[in-house]
Design a protein around this ligand. Structure first.
Ligand SMILES: [Zn+2]
Length: 456
Protein backbone atom coordinates (compact mmCIF):
# COMPACT_ATOMS: atom_id res chain seq x y z
CA UNK A 1 0.00 0.00 0.00
CA UNK A 2 1.46 3.41 -0.83
CA UNK A 3 2.31 5.87 1.90
CA UNK A 4 0.64 9.20 2.13
CA UNK A 5 2.72 11.63 0.14
CA UNK A 6 4.62 8.86 -1.60
CA UNK A 7 2.67 9.16 -4.80
CA UNK A 8 1.47 12.63 -5.72
CA UNK A 9 -2.29 12.48 -6.27
CA UNK A 10 -3.58 14.27 -9.33
CA UNK A 11 -6.99 14.97 -10.77
CA UNK A 12 -9.52 17.77 -10.74
CA UNK A 13 -10.94 16.92 -7.35
CA UNK A 14 -11.95 20.46 -6.34
CA UNK A 15 -13.50 21.13 -9.77
CA UNK A 16 -15.53 18.02 -9.34
CA UNK A 17 -17.01 18.93 -5.95
CA UNK A 18 -17.77 22.46 -7.20
CA UNK A 19 -20.04 21.04 -9.86
CA UNK A 20 -23.53 22.20 -8.73
CA UNK A 21 -25.10 18.76 -9.26
CA UNK A 22 -22.42 17.14 -7.11
CA UNK A 23 -22.65 19.88 -4.46
CA UNK A 24 -26.43 19.44 -4.28
CA UNK A 25 -26.00 15.69 -3.91
CA UNK A 26 -23.37 16.06 -1.19
CA UNK A 27 -25.66 18.38 0.77
CA UNK A 28 -27.92 15.38 1.27
CA UNK A 29 -25.14 13.09 2.47
CA UNK A 30 -23.57 12.46 5.86
CA UNK A 31 -19.82 12.11 5.78
CA UNK A 32 -16.73 12.99 7.75
CA UNK A 33 -16.24 16.74 7.85
CA UNK A 34 -13.42 18.85 9.18
CA UNK A 35 -14.33 19.56 12.81
CA UNK A 36 -15.02 23.15 13.86
CA UNK A 37 -12.72 24.77 16.44
CA UNK A 38 -15.02 24.09 19.41
CA UNK A 39 -15.82 20.54 18.38
CA UNK A 40 -12.16 19.72 17.73
CA UNK A 41 -11.22 21.06 21.14
CA UNK A 42 -13.92 18.93 22.74
CA UNK A 43 -12.53 15.88 20.94
CA UNK A 44 -8.96 16.74 21.90
CA UNK A 45 -9.92 17.12 25.56
CA UNK A 46 -11.02 13.48 25.59
CA UNK A 47 -7.45 12.32 24.92
CA UNK A 48 -5.20 11.42 27.79
CA UNK A 49 -1.49 11.23 28.33
CA UNK A 50 0.00 8.35 26.31
CA UNK A 51 1.29 5.54 28.52
CA UNK A 52 4.85 4.26 28.49
CA UNK A 53 6.91 1.49 30.08
CA UNK A 54 9.92 3.83 29.77
CA UNK A 55 11.60 1.57 27.24
CA UNK A 56 11.83 -1.34 29.67
CA UNK A 57 9.44 -3.51 27.67
CA UNK A 58 10.77 -3.07 24.14
CA UNK A 59 10.92 -6.34 22.21
CA UNK A 60 14.24 -7.86 21.20
CA UNK A 61 12.90 -8.72 17.76
CA UNK A 62 10.32 -7.17 15.50
CA UNK A 63 8.72 -8.91 12.56
CA UNK A 64 6.93 -6.56 10.20
CA UNK A 65 4.96 -7.32 7.09
CA UNK A 66 3.42 -5.42 4.26
CA UNK A 67 1.37 -6.74 1.38
CA UNK A 68 0.68 -5.57 -2.12
CA UNK A 69 -1.38 -6.95 -4.97
CA UNK A 70 -1.82 -6.49 -8.64
CA UNK A 71 -3.91 -7.54 -11.59
CA UNK A 72 -1.76 -7.48 -14.66
CA UNK A 73 -2.65 -8.16 -18.30
CA UNK A 74 -0.72 -11.15 -19.58
CA UNK A 75 0.11 -9.22 -22.76
CA UNK A 76 -0.33 -5.70 -24.10
CA UNK A 77 -2.65 -7.03 -26.75
CA UNK A 78 -4.90 -8.77 -24.20
CA UNK A 79 -5.60 -6.04 -21.64
CA UNK A 80 -8.64 -7.80 -20.21
CA UNK A 81 -6.92 -11.16 -19.77
CA UNK A 82 -5.13 -10.89 -16.47
CA UNK A 83 -3.26 -12.69 -13.78
CA UNK A 84 -3.51 -11.50 -10.22
CA UNK A 85 -0.83 -11.74 -7.63
CA UNK A 86 -0.42 -11.05 -3.98
CA UNK A 87 2.98 -10.32 -2.55
CA UNK A 88 3.80 -10.20 1.14
CA UNK A 89 7.15 -8.94 2.36
CA UNK A 90 8.33 -9.82 5.80
CA UNK A 91 11.24 -8.34 7.62
CA UNK A 92 12.82 -9.42 10.86
CA UNK A 93 14.70 -6.79 12.81
CA UNK A 94 16.96 -7.46 15.75
CA UNK A 95 16.91 -4.43 18.04
CA UNK A 96 20.68 -4.34 18.34
CA UNK A 97 21.24 -4.34 14.59
CA UNK A 98 18.59 -1.68 14.26
CA UNK A 99 20.75 0.77 16.16
CA UNK A 100 23.33 0.56 13.36
CA UNK A 101 20.74 1.50 10.76
CA UNK A 102 19.79 4.81 12.26
CA UNK A 103 21.82 7.98 12.14
CA UNK A 104 21.59 9.04 15.80
CA UNK A 105 21.73 12.72 14.89
CA UNK A 106 18.94 12.87 12.34
CA UNK A 107 17.05 9.67 13.19
CA UNK A 108 17.04 8.97 9.46
CA UNK A 109 17.67 5.47 8.25
CA UNK A 110 21.07 5.20 6.58
CA UNK A 111 20.14 4.72 2.89
CA UNK A 112 23.33 2.78 2.12
CA UNK A 113 22.64 0.25 4.81
CA UNK A 114 19.04 -0.08 3.67
CA UNK A 115 20.23 -0.64 0.11
CA UNK A 116 22.50 -3.37 1.40
CA UNK A 117 19.50 -5.12 2.91
CA UNK A 118 17.49 -4.54 -0.19
CA UNK A 119 19.86 -6.74 -2.18
CA UNK A 120 18.91 -9.65 0.04
CA UNK A 121 15.23 -8.88 -0.10
CA UNK A 122 12.57 -11.27 -1.14
CA UNK A 123 8.88 -11.62 -0.72
CA UNK A 124 6.37 -14.42 -0.85
CA UNK A 125 4.18 -14.26 -3.92
CA UNK A 126 0.86 -15.99 -4.57
CA UNK A 127 -0.37 -16.02 -8.15
CA UNK A 128 -4.03 -16.29 -9.10
CA UNK A 129 -6.07 -16.27 -12.28
CA UNK A 130 -7.44 -12.80 -13.00
CA UNK A 131 -10.20 -12.03 -15.46
CA UNK A 132 -10.65 -14.30 -18.49
CA UNK A 133 -8.21 -16.91 -17.25
CA UNK A 134 -9.30 -20.46 -16.54
CA UNK A 135 -6.79 -22.36 -14.43
CA UNK A 136 -5.92 -26.02 -15.16
CA UNK A 137 -8.83 -26.59 -17.53
CA UNK A 138 -11.50 -25.73 -14.95
CA UNK A 139 -14.98 -25.32 -16.38
CA UNK A 140 -15.29 -21.72 -15.20
CA UNK A 141 -13.04 -18.87 -14.09
CA UNK A 142 -14.49 -19.26 -10.59
CA UNK A 143 -13.78 -23.00 -10.33
CA UNK A 144 -10.28 -22.35 -11.65
CA UNK A 145 -9.82 -19.62 -9.07
CA UNK A 146 -10.81 -22.00 -6.25
CA UNK A 147 -8.37 -24.57 -7.54
CA UNK A 148 -5.59 -21.98 -7.74
CA UNK A 149 -6.28 -20.68 -4.22
CA UNK A 150 -6.01 -24.22 -2.90
CA UNK A 151 -2.87 -24.99 -4.86
CA UNK A 152 -1.18 -21.77 -3.81
CA UNK A 153 -2.12 -21.91 -0.13
CA UNK A 154 -1.27 -25.60 0.09
CA UNK A 155 2.20 -25.17 -1.43
CA UNK A 156 5.24 -25.05 0.80
CA UNK A 157 6.63 -21.55 0.35
CA UNK A 158 9.74 -22.05 2.40
CA UNK A 159 13.00 -23.46 1.11
CA UNK A 160 14.25 -24.06 4.61
CA UNK A 161 13.59 -26.83 7.09
CA UNK A 162 10.42 -25.33 8.48
CA UNK A 163 7.51 -25.68 6.14
CA UNK A 164 5.43 -22.67 5.35
CA UNK A 165 2.05 -23.95 4.21
CA UNK A 166 -0.86 -21.64 4.84
CA UNK A 167 -3.40 -24.48 4.70
CA UNK A 168 -1.72 -25.93 7.79
CA UNK A 169 -2.10 -22.59 9.54
CA UNK A 170 -5.76 -22.49 8.55
CA UNK A 171 -6.17 -25.94 10.12
CA UNK A 172 -4.44 -24.81 13.31
CA UNK A 173 -6.77 -21.83 13.54
CA UNK A 174 -9.81 -24.05 13.00
CA UNK A 175 -8.62 -26.69 15.51
CA UNK A 176 -8.13 -29.29 12.78
CA UNK A 177 -11.69 -29.41 11.48
CA UNK A 178 -13.28 -27.49 8.67
CA UNK A 179 -16.74 -27.98 7.23
CA UNK A 180 -18.40 -26.51 4.17
CA UNK A 181 -22.19 -26.66 3.96
CA UNK A 182 -22.72 -26.55 0.20
CA UNK A 183 -20.89 -27.23 -3.01
CA UNK A 184 -18.99 -24.09 -4.07
CA UNK A 185 -19.48 -25.03 -7.73
CA UNK A 186 -23.14 -26.12 -8.09
CA UNK A 187 -24.46 -24.87 -4.70
CA UNK A 188 -25.97 -28.27 -3.83
CA UNK A 189 -26.52 -28.57 -0.06
CA UNK A 190 -24.05 -31.09 1.24
CA UNK A 191 -21.64 -31.16 4.17
CA UNK A 192 -18.02 -31.52 3.13
CA UNK A 193 -15.70 -32.33 6.03
CA UNK A 194 -12.01 -31.60 5.86
CA UNK A 195 -9.09 -32.55 8.07
CA UNK A 196 -5.30 -32.78 7.84
CA UNK A 197 -5.69 -36.05 5.87
CA UNK A 198 -8.52 -34.84 3.70
CA UNK A 199 -7.92 -31.52 2.00
CA UNK A 200 -10.10 -32.22 -1.05
CA UNK A 201 -13.49 -33.80 -1.69
CA UNK A 202 -15.72 -34.37 -4.70
CA UNK A 203 -19.26 -33.09 -5.05
CA UNK A 204 -21.73 -35.97 -5.47
CA UNK A 205 -23.95 -33.75 -7.60
CA UNK A 206 -21.62 -32.04 -10.10
CA UNK A 207 -18.44 -34.11 -9.57
CA UNK A 208 -16.38 -30.94 -9.19
CA UNK A 209 -13.56 -30.99 -6.66
CA UNK A 210 -14.20 -29.11 -3.43
CA UNK A 211 -11.20 -27.77 -1.52
CA UNK A 212 -10.55 -27.03 2.12
CA UNK A 213 -9.69 -23.45 1.15
CA UNK A 214 -13.20 -22.98 -0.28
CA UNK A 215 -14.16 -22.40 3.36
CA UNK A 216 -12.62 -18.94 2.96
CA UNK A 217 -15.23 -18.17 0.25
CA UNK A 218 -12.81 -15.90 -1.60
CA UNK A 219 -13.99 -17.31 -4.95
CA UNK A 220 -17.50 -15.96 -4.38
CA UNK A 221 -16.36 -12.59 -5.69
CA UNK A 222 -15.12 -14.09 -8.94
CA UNK A 223 -17.14 -14.01 -12.14
CA UNK A 224 -16.46 -15.26 -15.64
CA UNK A 225 -16.74 -11.80 -17.15
CA UNK A 226 -15.85 -9.21 -14.52
CA UNK A 227 -12.45 -8.53 -13.08
CA UNK A 228 -11.26 -10.32 -9.98
CA UNK A 229 -9.79 -7.32 -8.21
CA UNK A 230 -12.00 -7.62 -5.17
CA UNK A 231 -11.29 -11.37 -4.74
CA UNK A 232 -7.57 -10.73 -5.00
CA UNK A 233 -7.81 -8.00 -2.35
CA UNK A 234 -9.59 -10.47 -0.05
CA UNK A 235 -6.93 -13.07 -0.71
CA UNK A 236 -4.21 -10.53 0.10
CA UNK A 237 -5.93 -9.79 3.39
CA UNK A 238 -6.19 -13.50 4.23
CA UNK A 239 -2.61 -14.31 3.22
CA UNK A 240 -1.16 -11.47 5.27
CA UNK A 241 -2.99 -12.56 8.41
CA UNK A 242 -2.29 -16.26 7.87
CA UNK A 243 1.42 -15.53 7.42
CA UNK A 244 1.42 -13.58 10.67
CA UNK A 245 -0.15 -16.52 12.51
CA UNK A 246 2.22 -18.97 10.79
CA UNK A 247 5.23 -17.14 12.21
CA UNK A 248 3.67 -16.80 15.65
CA UNK A 249 2.73 -20.47 15.69
CA UNK A 250 6.23 -21.60 14.68
CA UNK A 251 7.79 -19.63 17.52
CA UNK A 252 5.01 -20.73 19.86
CA UNK A 253 5.89 -24.37 19.19
CA UNK A 254 9.66 -23.90 19.07
CA UNK A 255 10.33 -21.49 21.89
CA UNK A 256 7.32 -20.14 23.73
CA UNK A 257 9.37 -17.83 25.93
CA UNK A 258 10.87 -16.16 22.87
CA UNK A 259 7.40 -15.00 21.83
CA UNK A 260 7.26 -12.68 24.80
CA UNK A 261 10.34 -10.86 23.50
CA UNK A 262 8.97 -10.36 20.00
CA UNK A 263 6.62 -7.92 18.37
CA UNK A 264 4.67 -8.41 15.17
CA UNK A 265 3.72 -5.33 13.22
CA UNK A 266 1.43 -5.40 10.26
CA UNK A 267 -0.02 -2.93 7.86
CA UNK A 268 -3.71 -2.18 8.33
CA UNK A 269 -6.34 -2.83 10.98
CA UNK A 270 -6.53 -6.14 12.83
CA UNK A 271 -9.54 -7.22 10.84
CA UNK A 272 -10.64 -9.31 7.87
CA UNK A 273 -13.34 -8.08 5.56
CA UNK A 274 -15.78 -9.52 3.06
CA UNK A 275 -16.30 -13.24 2.43
CA UNK A 276 -13.38 -14.53 4.54
CA UNK A 277 -14.23 -12.25 7.51
CA UNK A 278 -15.17 -15.17 9.77
CA UNK A 279 -11.46 -16.00 9.96
CA UNK A 280 -11.13 -13.00 12.32
CA UNK A 281 -12.84 -14.91 15.14
CA UNK A 282 -10.45 -17.86 14.73
CA UNK A 283 -7.44 -15.53 14.94
CA UNK A 284 -8.88 -13.81 18.00
CA UNK A 285 -9.35 -17.17 19.75
CA UNK A 286 -5.87 -18.36 18.70
CA UNK A 287 -4.11 -15.24 20.02
CA UNK A 288 -6.03 -15.60 23.26
CA UNK A 289 -4.85 -19.20 23.53
CA UNK A 290 -1.22 -18.13 23.01
CA UNK A 291 -1.56 -15.35 25.56
CA UNK A 292 -3.09 -17.69 28.13
CA UNK A 293 -0.02 -19.91 27.80
CA UNK A 294 2.29 -16.91 28.15
CA UNK A 295 0.31 -15.72 31.18
CA UNK A 296 0.68 -19.16 32.78
CA UNK A 297 4.46 -18.58 32.64
CA UNK A 298 4.02 -15.04 34.02
CA UNK A 299 5.12 -13.62 30.67
CA UNK A 300 3.74 -10.55 28.93
CA UNK A 301 1.10 -11.09 26.24
CA UNK A 302 2.22 -11.30 22.65
CA UNK A 303 2.62 -7.88 21.11
CA UNK A 304 0.80 -7.68 17.79
CA UNK A 305 0.30 -4.22 16.36
CA UNK A 306 -1.74 -3.25 13.31
CA UNK A 307 -0.69 0.12 11.93
CA UNK A 308 -2.98 2.01 9.60
CA UNK A 309 -1.38 4.36 7.13
CA UNK A 310 -4.60 5.23 5.35
CA UNK A 311 -8.33 4.88 5.81
CA UNK A 312 -11.04 6.82 7.58
CA UNK A 313 -9.51 6.68 11.05
CA UNK A 314 -6.26 8.07 9.69
CA UNK A 315 -8.18 10.76 7.78
CA UNK A 316 -9.84 11.74 11.02
CA UNK A 317 -6.51 11.71 12.83
CA UNK A 318 -5.01 14.05 10.26
CA UNK A 319 -7.95 16.47 10.57
CA UNK A 320 -7.67 16.50 14.35
CA UNK A 321 -3.89 16.54 14.56
CA UNK A 322 -3.38 20.31 14.89
CA UNK A 323 -5.67 20.43 17.91
CA UNK A 324 -3.85 17.71 19.80
CA UNK A 325 -0.91 18.25 22.14
CA UNK A 326 2.05 15.89 21.77
CA UNK A 327 2.12 12.62 23.70
CA UNK A 328 -1.59 11.78 23.87
CA UNK A 329 -3.69 8.69 23.27
CA UNK A 330 -7.33 7.81 22.86
CA UNK A 331 -9.17 4.55 22.47
CA UNK A 332 -11.53 4.69 19.51
CA UNK A 333 -14.60 3.43 21.27
CA UNK A 334 -17.77 2.94 19.27
CA UNK A 335 -19.38 6.14 20.49
CA UNK A 336 -16.40 8.21 19.35
CA UNK A 337 -16.15 6.32 16.06
CA UNK A 338 -19.79 6.74 15.11
CA UNK A 339 -19.96 10.34 16.23
CA UNK A 340 -16.73 11.73 14.84
CA UNK A 341 -15.36 9.29 12.26
CA UNK A 342 -18.38 7.65 10.67
CA UNK A 343 -20.20 10.98 10.46
CA UNK A 344 -23.39 9.32 11.61
CA UNK A 345 -25.51 9.37 14.72
CA UNK A 346 -26.32 5.73 14.31
CA UNK A 347 -25.00 3.52 17.06
CA UNK A 348 -24.40 0.07 15.67
CA UNK A 349 -24.41 -2.83 18.15
CA UNK A 350 -20.67 -3.36 18.20
CA UNK A 351 -18.47 -1.85 15.52
CA UNK A 352 -16.53 -4.54 13.64
CA UNK A 353 -18.58 -7.32 15.20
CA UNK A 354 -18.10 -9.55 12.12
CA UNK A 355 -14.63 -8.36 11.13
CA UNK A 356 -12.33 -6.93 13.83
CA UNK A 357 -10.12 -8.83 16.25
CA UNK A 358 -8.25 -5.78 17.49
CA UNK A 359 -9.00 -2.41 18.99
CA UNK A 360 -7.99 0.86 17.29
CA UNK A 361 -6.25 3.68 19.14
CA UNK A 362 -5.19 7.18 18.13
CA UNK A 363 -1.73 8.12 19.31
CA UNK A 364 0.20 11.35 18.90
CA UNK A 365 3.83 10.84 19.82
CA UNK A 366 5.94 13.19 21.89
CA UNK A 367 7.72 14.09 18.63
CA UNK A 368 4.37 15.16 17.19
CA UNK A 369 3.55 12.42 14.68
CA UNK A 370 0.12 10.88 14.66
CA UNK A 371 -0.56 7.14 14.39
CA UNK A 372 -3.55 4.86 14.29
CA UNK A 373 -2.67 1.50 15.73
CA UNK A 374 -4.52 -1.57 16.91
CA UNK A 375 -3.73 -4.29 19.42
CA UNK A 376 -5.70 -7.55 19.66
CA UNK A 377 -8.79 -7.66 21.85
CA UNK A 378 -7.72 -9.43 25.05
CA UNK A 379 -10.69 -11.78 24.94
CA UNK A 380 -11.29 -15.24 23.56
CA UNK A 381 -14.50 -14.39 21.74
CA UNK A 382 -17.35 -11.94 21.50
CA UNK A 383 -19.98 -14.06 23.22
CA UNK A 384 -21.02 -11.14 25.37
CA UNK A 385 -23.90 -9.13 23.96
CA UNK A 386 -22.82 -6.56 21.38
CA UNK A 387 -23.34 -3.66 23.76
CA UNK A 388 -21.42 -5.36 26.54
CA UNK A 389 -18.56 -6.24 24.21
CA UNK A 390 -18.43 -2.68 22.86
CA UNK A 391 -17.88 -1.50 26.48
CA UNK A 392 -15.45 -4.29 27.33
CA UNK A 393 -13.16 -3.68 24.34
CA UNK A 394 -12.86 0.02 25.18
CA UNK A 395 -11.83 -0.63 28.79
CA UNK A 396 -8.09 0.07 28.82
CA UNK A 397 -7.56 -1.86 32.04
CA UNK A 398 -8.34 -5.09 30.13
CA UNK A 399 -5.23 -4.68 27.96
CA UNK A 400 -2.55 -5.05 30.62
CA UNK A 401 0.62 -3.37 29.35
CA UNK A 402 -0.13 -4.01 25.65
CA UNK A 403 -1.06 -0.41 24.93
CA UNK A 404 1.98 1.12 26.58
CA UNK A 405 4.25 -1.44 24.90
CA UNK A 406 2.69 -0.64 21.51
CA UNK A 407 3.23 3.08 22.15
CA UNK A 408 6.86 2.46 23.12
CA UNK A 409 7.40 0.42 19.98
CA UNK A 410 6.02 3.21 17.81
CA UNK A 411 8.10 5.82 19.66
CA UNK A 412 11.21 3.76 19.14
CA UNK A 413 10.65 3.22 15.44
CA UNK A 414 8.95 6.40 14.33
CA UNK A 415 10.55 7.55 11.18
CA UNK A 416 11.37 10.89 9.73
CA UNK A 417 10.87 9.72 6.18
CA UNK A 418 7.15 9.16 6.07
CA UNK A 419 4.14 10.23 8.03
CA UNK A 420 2.43 7.50 10.02
CA UNK A 421 5.15 5.00 9.26
CA UNK A 422 7.47 3.13 11.52
CA UNK A 423 10.78 1.74 10.36
CA UNK A 424 9.93 -1.99 10.28
CA UNK A 425 6.82 -1.53 8.20
CA UNK A 426 8.56 0.95 5.91
CA UNK A 427 11.30 -1.61 5.37
CA UNK A 428 8.83 -4.39 4.69
CA UNK A 429 7.03 -2.03 2.38
CA UNK A 430 10.12 -1.60 0.28
CA UNK A 431 10.44 -5.37 0.15
CA UNK A 432 13.63 -5.03 2.01
CA UNK A 433 14.38 -7.76 4.45
CA UNK A 434 17.34 -8.62 6.55
CA UNK A 435 19.17 -11.84 5.69
CA UNK A 436 16.15 -13.09 3.83
CA UNK A 437 16.63 -14.80 0.54
CA UNK A 438 13.97 -17.39 -0.26
CA UNK A 439 10.41 -17.09 0.92
CA UNK A 440 9.87 -18.22 4.46
CA UNK A 441 13.40 -17.44 5.55
CA UNK A 442 12.18 -15.25 8.42
CA UNK A 443 10.51 -18.29 9.82
CA UNK A 444 13.68 -20.35 9.61
CA UNK A 445 15.81 -17.67 11.15
CA UNK A 446 13.61 -17.10 14.13
CA UNK A 447 13.00 -20.75 14.87
CA UNK A 448 16.45 -22.14 14.13
CA UNK A 449 18.60 -19.59 15.84
CA UNK A 450 16.63 -19.66 19.05
CA UNK A 451 16.51 -15.92 18.57
CA UNK A 452 20.11 -15.15 19.29
CA UNK A 453 20.69 -11.50 18.50
CA UNK A 454 24.07 -11.96 16.88
CA UNK A 455 22.74 -14.30 14.25
CA UNK A 456 20.41 -11.74 12.69
ZN1 LIG B 1 -21.42 -29.54 -6.87
Amino acid sequence: MPYKGEVAGKGGHSDFVRNPDVAEFLAECDYMKEPGEAEAKAMASSFSSAPTENGSALPRFVVASDASKSDTPISDRLPSTQVGFVKVSQVLIGMEKYGELIDPNTRFVDPFKVAEMHRNASAITYTLPGSNVRFQGAKSVKDGFRRAVFKQLNANRSQGENKLILVNTLMTLCNGEIEIEKCPSCSEQFTFKFSADQLEATCGQCSEPVFITDWLRIHEDVSDFGNNTSAITRLMNVVEHLLLITLIDQVFNANLRALASMAFVMDGPLALFGQPAKLHAKIMAYLHRVNSRLASLSLDPLLVVGLQKTGEVMDHANLLNRFLPAGVLRVIDDEYRYKYIKGSNEQGGNFGSETYYGQDFLFKTERGRIFTFAVPYPFRDKTNSDKAFARQKADLSEYGNSISRACDLIRHFELNLYESAVVPVALAHRHASISIVPGGKVLDIITKTGLKTDSI
